[in-house]
Write a protein that binds this ligand. Structure first.
Ligand code: PEP
Ligand code: MN
Length: 343
């Protein structure tokens, strides 16, 4: 059920609707929009009689929702969501640029990368302290020591920190030191973890699973939002296909498909999406051209020495050039062009 409030509904009207939802044993999610607030209802096993709501003060309409997703849907929030991450935003008019090494390795590596990211004018720094590695013998990340270095980067450069958590213990640590919790491709359908992060109040960067469909990605976001955390950013990071010229196949068609289906912002990751240094910049340009709200890029001061994902890391110089190029592309995508492209 979706309850659309009138434009002039009072906060007390919204409270009343939430109370009625609560008294029925369900959960209400009030999402304020530009022109009106809509309230999504979750936790109901079957359909709810609209009569519970239609005559309450401030209610414009009570609509049954037949789609499997409710809170991520544009029916609930027709305008795009802008997600606040630290002191910056993702999904607004500015192209979000998140960059940094795959893994935090040492102070010198982190600070050299952070200098380049700050110089580029990006607002977000990435770096894994908890790394999901295919082999148990590969470098697993520095853990809390890595997070402390990330917190130093934030203090020194004012960059907002995006970093992965793989379990509940990691979530608590990232909540303490970071600004945005990344959920990696391998955990996109770890439903208990999704529920857990849904109870935090940190924004979530949710990466598409290795072979996840659009619906599966959206329902993973729905898991997080159903727990009350509405600050979710989606990320296309390439999927497994038969193609073997790249590490993954970056599925750019999902960007307009996401914009059509949901109000959530979406960014692209051409580093994991391709796995090859020489492909990262062209695919970053393509991702921005297709309407992504941002990019996430791996940068390493010395890619050949990287402990993780060196083949796809850009040098600081290559990264600075990438940013100049994608900014130019983003500039030509005026609001008018974008709106015709995504509808
Ligand atoms: C990463 O961002 O370093 C990472 C491990 O990404 P993914 O989960 O997309 O593989
Ligand atoms: Mn990586």
């Amino acid at each position: 059920m979706l309850i659309v409030m009138k434009a002039d509904a009072l906060p007390s009207d919204i409270e009343k609707v939430l109370e009625v939802i609560d008294s029925l044993g369900f959960r209400g999610h009030a999402l304020p929009g530009e022109t009106r607030t809509a309230i999504g209802v979750t936790g109901n096993p079957g359909s709810i009689d609209p009569a519970h709501f239609e005559n309450l003060p401030g209610v414009a309409d009570a609509i049954r929702v037949t789609k499997p997703y409710k809170l991520i849907s544009k029916d609930l929030r027709p305008e795009k969501s802008v997600v606040k991450v630290g002191n910056a935003t993702i999904g607004g008019p500015e192209l979000a640029i998140i960059a940094g090494p795959c893994a935090i390795e040492n102070e010198k590596q982190v600070f050299t990368a952070a200098q380049a990211v700050a110089d580029s004018g990006a607002r977000f720094f990435r770096g894994g302290a908890f790394k999901p590695r295919t082999s148990p013998y590969a470098f697993q990340g520095l853990g809390i020591d890595g997070l402390k270095m990330l917190a130093e980067v934030r203090d020194q450069y004012g960059l907002n920190i995006v970093t992965e958590a793989m379990d509940e213990h990691g979530v608590a640590a990232v909540e303490k030191y970071g600004d945005c919790i990344q959920i990696g491709a391998r955990n996109m359908q770890n439903f208990s973890l999704l529920r857990y992060i849904g109870q935090t109040r940190k924004p979530i960067l949710l990466k598409r699973g290795l072979s996840a469909t659009l619906d599966e990605l959206m329902l993973a976001a729905e898991y997080i939002m159903a727990e009350g955390n509405y600050d979710v950013i989606l990320c296309e990071r390439g999927i497994r296909t038969f193609a073997n010229h790249a590490r993954n196949t970056m599925d750019l068609s999902i960007v307009p498909a996401i914009h059509r289906a949901t109000h959530l912002p979406v960014i692209v990751d051409p580093s994991h999406g391709t796995g090859h240094n020489y492909m990262v910049t062209p695919l970053a340009r393509a991702g921005v051209a297709v309407g992504a709200d941002g990019i996430i890029i791996e940068v390493h001061p010395c890619p050949e020495e990287a402990l993780c994902d060196g083949a796809q890391a850009l040098t600081p110089g290559q990264y600075i050039e990438l940013v100049e190029q994608v900014r130019k592309i983003h500039e030509v995508l005026t609001v008018d062009v974008l709106s015709t492209m995504t509808t």
